[in-house]
Design a protein around this ligand. Structure first.
Ligand code: R5P
Length: 284
């Protein structure tokens, strides 16, 4: 069994090769002077089960994924599983206005053309998986890995930024062995918004706010500010997919004690690996 790592997912590919007891393939990836992508696999993949790992963000990594799929299929592989740890465009999962594409569907249609199976992690809208009509597709939950990490940090309360993600916070909290709640926003006047857990107190507690994606950091930074005012002793901002657009990290570092994300997007806050979760689901 071989794992082929795209340039967006080098760390995770290495970990996945270990978890699957497979071999990390030797891959050359470079850019031509005009920025077109070149890939070459320097291992013989004939007869092998192959896992290709590549996050589809930012955009140039999508093209790289298609080229790697094609290079792998040039061998006589036994099977190809395409693993997209962070599925870019999953938030454009419907037409919000007429004339728009359903971007997540557009990507799903193209990815499945050249693979036997598909896997992703904590996809923003689970129904995106249904657009993989021609191949087996699985959404791997990241919460066990996040929960194990937070358990080691002595977290006492896991919060989701809103009711919509409350189930995930509960699953994480169950792994940690602590309470869970979700945050509720209340507008006090034109300029003031009060954010607090629906039912539980944060005073004196080590709290983790857990979300699937951090993009601008606005959601978590506002929540962390309120929780500090309410006496939380320590605040960890945790996400599966750390996009950290623009000044997000600076904004979060000003109000959170620690920021952690998984290796679905490799960035300076990556400290949790979802490799064992992917391997577990792959073996199911
Ligand atoms: C929204 O539905 C997502 O779950 C995240 O809460 C959102 O993407 C976070 O965005 P930002 O970091 O820009 O507040």
């Amino acid at each position: 069994m071989f794992v082929v790592g795209g340039s967006a997912s080098q760390q995770l590919s290495k970990e996945l090769a270990k978890s699957l007891k497979g071999t990390l393939a030797k891959v050359e990836i470079k850019r031509f002077p005009d920025d077109e992508c070149y890939v070459r696999i320097d291992d013989d993949l004939d007869g092998e089960d192959v896992f290709l790992v590549q996050t589809t963000w930012p955009d140039k990594n999508i093209i790289e994924l298609f080229l790697l799929q094609d290079a792998i299929k040039e061998f006589d592989v036994s099977s190809l599983t395409t693993v997209v740890p962070y599925f870019g465009y999953a938030r454009q999962d419907k037409q919000f206005r007429s004339g728009e594409p359903i971007s997540a569907r557009a990507l799903a249609k193209l990815i499945q053309l050249n693979t036997d199976e598909f896997m992703t992690v904590d996809v923003h809208t689970p129904s995106v998986i249904d657009w993989f009509e021609d191949v087996s597709a699985k959404n791997v939950p990241g919460y066990p890995a996040v929960g194990r990490f937070l358990k080691g940090k002595g977290i006492q309360l896991v919060l989701s930024p809103d009711e919509g993600r409350a189930d995930n916070a509960k699953r994480v909290a169950d792994v940690v062995g602590c309470d869970a709640d979700f945050l509720v926003k209340e507008r006090l006047d034109g300029e003031t918004v009060h954010i607090a857990p629906k039912s539980l107190e944060v005073k004196g507690k080590k709290v983790a706010i857990v979300d699937d994606i951090i993009s601008t950091g606005g959601t978590i930074a506002k929540a962390a500010e309120s929780l500090k005012e309410q006496g939380a002793s320590r605040i960890l901002a945790v996400c599966t997919h750390g996009l950290f657009a623009g000044e997000a990290l600076k904004k979060l570092r000003a109000v959170c004690d620690e920021i952690c994300s998984t290796d679905t997007i490799e960035n300076p806050t990556t400290c949790i690996s979802v490799a064992s979760e992917i391997a577990r689901v792959a073996k199911d």
